[in-house]
Write a protein that binds this ligand. Structure first.
Ligand code: MG
Ligand code: ZN
Length: 430
């Protein structure tokens, strides 16, 4: 080989080995989405007319696994605040901490660093926008419970004189429109476009900074909005609004997979998984069309200790989860004051109730919707053969999924803090 051939060869190697740094980075958190959820989702989406169990978008994007524990002085099981802080700063902390370390000192997040570099930034989530995960990327507070203070900080804390977040989409009227302070008005007066109905998201005509709040606290369950895939709608609008020459950083969260896990509600959890699955399908296409964009997906922890198969049965059956016309929470509310519970429940669940199931509903002597919801969840757990071991979180490793330039850097076994460290590097932090 002569000298120029060697140089050419070396040049080819570098271009193959190190993909250029991405211009846009989208981090996606499936809150509470342990590997049992992505496995169950594969079965939930299985096409029964074929002999194979088809891959889902999660299977196509899988690159690695991550440990999730908080600072070890706090034990091995994390909450979403410490989880988000690890994913956003690369620093382990205590449960409840929002963007602060174990000594309660603020630590820079990847979102803040991206803003400092001149990128646009945003959050698009199905919880309130000041909930633990988005707050862990955008705020610093000793406790996730300080919701009003965290909301205030979205307006009050500036980076280079600019607002931290160019786009905020999710729920949270309760925290942003208060007696003592109306942050929506303050943002509007500072040049933000404000929308409070998701249908407005497709009609935005300018690239002004954007605040969209669509619920008092979290958005309604995906199951209760069957015709409007809600996270895809938020993410499409956020990306469109953030696109610019200098690039953007967007934090996306499927917030309520975790809420389905906490309430041991397999139907709601699968509805949330599908909302996130559709979001990832759209993001995957987006990266095909915008090869300068990376997205990396992970979970902060798993929730509920969900099992695929339970009570000694060697099976799991997603079929009864596929035809619900409303969430078990909504159905519980509907059942309270209705004269014929069995008919309404069959209608909303999409299957005829057995004698035993009818009995379970008719014996209820209560006006508490939660009692009815519990009965519905019990029927669905039994039919689907789903088990639960806790109403809290579990310490199992979670998966990492990625696509786009730099996606290979997330492969293999990692710690959640490695994900933040890699994102910092890709954003150009030395
Ligand atoms: Mg969360
Ligand atoms: Zn949780």
């Amino acid at each position: 080989m002569n000298k120029s051939a060697i140089l050419l060869f070396a040049g080819l190697c570098t271009s193959v080995l190190a993909s250029p740094a991405p211009k846009n980075i989208i981090m996606v958190v499936g809150d509470g989405m342990g590997p049992e959820y992505t496995t169950a989702y594969r079965m939930y989406r299985d096409d029964k007319s074929t002999a194979e169990l088809e891959w889902t978008i999660f299977d196509h994007l899988l690159v690695g696994m991550a440990s999730t524990h908080p600072d070890i002085s706090n034990g091995y099981v994390t909450d979403s605040a410490a989880g988000a802080t690890a994913l956003s700063t690369g620093v382990k902390t205590y449960n409840g901490a929002i963007g602060v370390d174990i000594n309660k000192q603020p630590v820079q997040t990847v979102l803040e660093f991206a803003k400092l570099q001149g990128r646009k930034t945003g959050v698009a989530v199905t919880s309130q926008i000041n909930h633990a995960t988005p707050a862990g990327f955008s705020a610093h507070n000793v406790s996730r419970q300080n919701y009003d203070a965290i909301a205030n900080s979205y307006f009050d804390e500036k980076i280079n004189g600019q607002f931290k977040l160019d786009v905020m989409l999710g729920g949270g009227w309760k925290y942003f429109i208060r007696q003592d302070r109306n942050l929506v008005e303050e943002f509007k007066q500072s040049g933000y476009t404000y929308v409070d109905d998701m249908s407005q998201l497709t009609q935005l005509t300018n690239k002004q900074p954007l605040l969209g709040l669509f619920a008092d606290v979290g958005l309604p369950w995906a199951l209760d909005l069957p015709n409007t895939p809600r996270l895809p709608a938020l993410v499409k609008a956020a990306v469109k609004q953030l696109e610019n020459d200098k690039g953007f950083f967007l934090l996306v969260e499927g917030s309520q997979i975790d809420w389905g896990g906490h309430s041991n509600d397999i139907a709601a959890a699968m509805g949330e998984m599908h909302d996130l699955g559709l979001t990832l399908e759209w993001l995957s296409q987006y990266v095909d069309n915008h090869p300068d964009t990376l997205f990396v997906v992970t979970a902060d922890h798993s929730t509920g200790g969900m099992t695929i198969g339970a009570r000694g049965e060697y099976n799991w059956d997603p079929e009864p989860l596929k035809h619900l016309k409303s969430s078990p929470d909504m159905l519980g509310k509907q059942l309270v004051d209705v004269s014929n519970r069995v008919d309404l429940a069959s209608e909303q669940l999409g299957f005829a109730l057995t004698k035993e199931e009818q009995q379970q509903l008719t014996v209820i002597d209560s006006h508490d919707p939660k009692v009815f919801t519990k009965a519905i969840k019990t029927i669905l757990d039994k039919r689907s053969i789903t088990g639960w071991t806790t109403g809290g979180h579990t310490g199992i490793d979670v998966q990492i999924f990625a696509k786009g330039p730099g996606s290979e850097l997330f492969s293999g076994h990692r710690d959640n803090t490695d994900i933040a460290k890699t994102v910092f590097k890709l954003l150009g932090k030395k």
